[in-house]
Design a protein around this ligand. Structure first.
Ligand code: SAH
Length: 224
């Protein structure tokens, strides 16, 4: 495992503090209000989650390719989903579906005591695992499996679930892994457009709130 130097983490030039501060300003202008979320985004080295050739674009508010036809989410979307996830109070655990490069996972790990994340592409899982260890984020557990089935062999439930790939049907097994009162944030594809949803588990039912249109890669079955 590589030991990252402080200057690699802090970044220089297009990955420097000043560049990151401009991104935070932009997120504020777009309506992100949770100061804790903004602070964590400001201090997390997004340039270390993309290919070196793209590092100079890491603090643009845009999605970028991470290989295997997948993308690292746009910072605004990461901020927005994280803000929605924390809105009703601090959760003690969160399950993320779609680790990808691990950037959203890293943000969550600094805001929630225990983070679980599932990725279906083996190579992305391996890379994310290494990056998160290099950043010393030890409160994260990763699995290479199909997130449609939820966390394997689970003997408890999550306070929150965050899905970072778009589904056409909410996977039942996932919804069942939510605590009472637990919430799931996900991009839902209704055939015409993708919308951000928050689903709350009530006594015997689920309540749905709808937010803005989004654009995510699809939730796929199986592993690769
Ligand atoms: N959270 C990432 C976004 C990654 S893109 C970020 O911070 O940028 C979505 C990811 O979901 C891809 O890596 C894709 O491989 C993964 N994915 C799609 N379907 C999945 C499934 N059924 N189970 C687990 N991961 C899945």
């Amino acid at each position: 495992m590589k030991n990252l130097s402080q200057s690699q983490i802090n970044g220089i030039g297009m990955t420097s503090k000043r560049t990151r501060d401009r991104l935070i300003e932009r997120l504020r202008q777009q309506g992100i209000q949770n100061e804790q979320v903004l602070e964590v985004i400001a201090s997390t080295p997004r340039h270390l989650f993309v290919d070196e050739a793209l590092a100079h674009r890491a603090y643009e508010d845009t999605a970028l390719p991470i290989g295997f036809k997948q993308t690292i989410s746009q910072p605004y979307i990461v901020a927005r989903m994280t803000e929605l996830l924390l809105q009703s109070g601090p959760p003690s655990s969160v399950l993320e579906i779609g680790t990808g490069c691990g950037y959203q996972t890293a943000i969550l790990a600094q805001l929630v005591p225990q983070v679980y994340s599932i990725e279906r592409i083996g190579a992305l899982y391996q890379q994310a695992k290494q990056r998160l260890a290099e950043l010393k984020l030890y409160n994260v557990e990763l699995r290479h499996t199909d997130g449609n089935g939820g966390w394997p062999n689970l003997n408890y439930r999550f306070d929150r679930i965050l899905m970072t790939a778009a589904c056409q049907d909410v996977p039942r097994k996932l919804a069942e892994q939510l605590n009472q009162g637990g919430e799931m944030i996900l991009p839902y594809d209704n055939g015409k457009e993708q919308l951000l949803l928050r689903i709350t588990r009530k006594a015997d039912d689920y309540e749905t709130e709808t937010f803005e249109p989004v654009s995510f890669v699809p939730l796929l079955p199986g592993i690769s």
